[in-house]
Design a protein around this ligand. Structure first.
Ligand SMILES: [Zn+2]
Length: 120
C-alpha cells in the first residue's frame, strides 16, 4: 500500500534491522523499543489491522512468534516475553505483532472488580 512504512520496508525502500524472514512474514527490531529486544512480526502482504488479517496468516504470525520468543528470551537472557497486538490506536496501519521481552505491566488504575462491573 502506498505510503505505508511497513510496505516500504518490504520493498527495501526503508532500511530495517531484520532478524527473521520467510515467505509470509518478516521480523524486525522496533526502531523505538519499549524494552530491550522489542521485535515486530509483520506480514509481507498489507492487511490494515487485526480485524482484517486472514486466519491462516494470523496463525503463521503466532507460529513465528513462538519460535522467535524462545530465541529472544534465551539469547538476551530474559525471564519471559509478552505478545501484543494493538488495534485501533497503532501508529502504522499495517498489521503487526509486538514481542516484548520482560515487559512490565503499566500501573493499574481500576480494580478487577471495577473492570468486571464495566465488562460483564
Ligand atoms: Zn503496508
Amino acid at each position: 500500500m502506498k505510503d505505508c512504512i511497513f510496505c516500504k520496508i518490504m520493498k527495501a525502500e526503508i532500511p530495517a534491522k531484520k532478524i527473521y524472514e520467510d515467505d509470509v512474514v518478516i521480523a524486525i527490531l522496533d526502531i523505538n523499543p519499549v524494552v530491550e529486544g522489542h521485535v515486530l512480526i509483520i506480514p509481507k502482504e498489507h492487511f490494515d489491522n487485526f480485524y482484517s488479517i486472514p486466519d491462516s496468516i494470523l496463525l503463521h504470525v503466532y507460529d513465528v512468534a513462538r519460535k522467535l520468543s524462545k530465541e529472544i528470551v534465551s539469547k538476551l537472557n530474559k525471564t519471559g516475553i509478552t505478545l501484543q497486538i494493538n488495534q485501533g490506536y497503532t501508529l502504522v496501519n499495517h498489521f503487526h505483532m509486538h514481542l516484548l521481552p520482560d515487559y512490565e505491566t503499566p500501573k493499574l488504575e481500576k480494580t478487577v472488580d471495577e473492570i468486571y462491573e464495566i465488562l460483564k
